[in-house]
Design a protein. Structure first.
Length: 303
């Protein structure tokens, strides 16, 4: 008799959730992985379209904040996800659990409600089943991007009196880790994504970074010329590099084929000087290094 997901112990299914962050990857992980959806499916990895689950996930997470789900609730929810297919891993993505972007600096903290919201999300699944993934971004570029993307409040209302020099991703991730001590968290810097994208796809899907991801160059293809992308793909096809050397090759191509307009951004905010950007960037680099000190946190980075 062929084993089905309904018959197998649902605890065996791993649930990889890309919780992103406002402005981070914008669902690119799912769309890159779905280029290999059929082959990944054969290997037990289900990469669902976000439109098929996000609203249900959100409503159940909100309900979980009032009434914790039972094991039977979890079993039924998993079965509704896989629909009888024999899967060992489900990949989900939704960056809304950091809270409303307009409130990202509420209380003088960076995403102060993230740990609570993500805990509610994780509670929909069995203990030990969830893995979290997120990219972080330099506040010097993230804050202006998020502010510009909303129209609810002016700059003063958005800033809410926050000290820009005291906004640390390590605090956000430490809070999530403290709330979910048994949940592994994988983190990478948005700024390095063009170079390390295959490693990110591998980590989220549970496949090796050397797996032939059809979306391996999706991110770098947005910031280098079409000629550069074509030459990069040809070069990588001719040379079987490991993940580390692939990242180095991508960094070289980014240097020589970069589309400057894709990386440069004009920021017009009160008091937002180059000196402030430099200061926040230096703090961000130091903060990223602090992530290595956090328990149960894995860092993907260009070496």
């Amino acid at each position: 008799m062929t084993e089905t997901t309904a018959e197998r112990d649902p605890h065996d299914i791993r649930v990889a959730i890309n919780i992103g962050a406002p402005g981070a990857d914008d669902g690119q992980i799912i769309w890159s992985l779905r280029k290999n959806a059929n082959d990944l499916h054969k290997q037990g990895v289900l990469v669902r379209r976000p439109g098929l689950y996000r609203q249900d996930l959100k409503s159940k997470a909100e309900a979980a904040s009032k009434t914790p789900p039972s094991d039977d609730d979890r079993r039924q929810f998993l079965q509704s996800m896989v629909k009888g297919q024999e899967m060992s891993r489900i990949v989900l993505s939704d960056n809304s659990y950091f809270g409303l972007p307009v409130w990202m600096l509420g209380g003088g903290q960076l995403f102060r409600n993230a740990a609570r919201n993500i805990s509610n999300l994780a509670s929909l699944f069995y203990p030990g089943q969830v893995e979290l993934f997120l990219s972080i971004q330099n506040p010097a570029t993230l804050i202006p991007e998020v502010f510009a993307a909303q129209s609810s409040v002016d700059w003063k209302g958005f800033l809410r009196g926050a000290d820009l020099g005291s906004l640390f991703w390590s605090d956000v991730i430490a809070d999530i880790s403290e709330a979910l001590p048994d949940v592994p968290i994988t983190v990478w810097a948005q700024e390095e994504t063009p170079m390390i994208w295959p490693e990110v796809l591998g980590a989220v899907s549970g496949m090796p970074a050397e797996y032939p991801f059809l979306g391996a160059n999706d991110v770098i293809g947005k910031v280098i010329s079409a000629e550069g992308t074509a030459r990069l793909e040809k070069y990588l096809a001719e040379h079987k590099f490991d993940a580390k050397h692939q990242a180095q090759v991508r960094a070289t191509f980014l240097k020589y084929f970069c589309i400057e307009e894709a990386l440069e951004e004009e920021i017009d905010l009160p008091g937002w000087s180059q000196a402030l950007v430099d200061e926040l960037t230096e703090l961000y680099y130091d903060d990223f290094n602090r992530l290595h000190e956090l328990k149960n946190v894995r860092i993907i980075e260009q070496i």
